[in-house]
Unconditional design. Structure first.
Length: 228
């Protein structure tokens, strides 16, 4: 009888050991990341499931950023910062054009009656650094200016179905993320701003209906102070 009890105890211990081993071997689901190199205008993203890994002056990609002031009813209203990645391909029978445009939230002008139109109280290097602080930001919807805006265009004249056009402003951004995760100051009163983005993008289908998709990844751009 004692032998049977010992044998059953050994079976129980083996069973417990097996269970513990299975738990240890469970692997967590890997989290996908979209790294970009430092101090370069770059974009490593998925647009509606399509991957784009872009760097300025690599594989024909260009990048530009600019700023300007915008008036409302004839009165200076805000400073606008925007940038684009763009590329045109005309080799080996290909005919494509891509433009990925991003606009930052406005810097509202505090001295609209400044006849120099320099707006130094609003627009200066310290103000730019303060405007692009690390943190989470809204995505612009409709006519609301207080958020980031994105418009994406890809045209393939050899294969129309391969092209796309998206905008963030055509529908809800509930549950979206637009976060500044890094700000690096560089020579010449400039800053590289790194964004982690996971937001809704919208397009029109053949029936002229609005269809929702997703933009996920990392975007990095250089903003530089230049007097207006």
């Amino acid at each position: 009888m004692k032998k049977h009890i010992v044998f059953l105890c050994l079976l129980a211990l083996v069973g417990l050991g097996s269970c513990s081993k299975e738990e240890v071997n469970v692997k967590p689901t890997p989290v996908k990341t979209y790294p970009v190199n430092p101090t370069v205008a770059a974009m490593n993203v998925e647009i509606g499931g399509r991957p784009f890994n872009i760097e300025f002056l690599k594989d024909g990609w260009e990048a530009s950023s600019d700023r300007g002031w915008v008036a409302k009813e004839g009165v200076p209203y805000y400073i606008k910062h925007y940038f684009s990645f763009f590329r045109g391909e005309r080799e080996n029978g290909k005919h494509t054009d891509a433009t990925f445009y991003f606009a930052a939230p406005p810097m509202y002008i505090t001295d609209p009656e400044d006849l120099t139109f320099q707006f130094d109280k609003t627009y200066n290097y310290a103000a730019i650094v303060n405007h692009f602080k690390k943190g989470n930001y809204p995505v612009r919807v409709g006519k609301d200016l207080n958020g980031y805006f994105m418009q994406l265009s890809f045209v393939d004249k050899n294969n129309i179905e391969n092209g796309f056009g998206y905008s963030t402003g055509l529908g809800s951004q509930e549950g979206s993320k637009w976060e500044i995760v890094k700000v690096e100051e560089v020579y010449g009163q400039g800053i590289y701003v790194t964004y982690h983005i996971d937001c809704n993008i919208y397009s029109y289908n053949k029936q002229n209906e609005i269809v929702k998709d997703r933009f996920v990844g990392t975007v990095q751009n250089l903003y530089r102070y230049r007097p207006l």
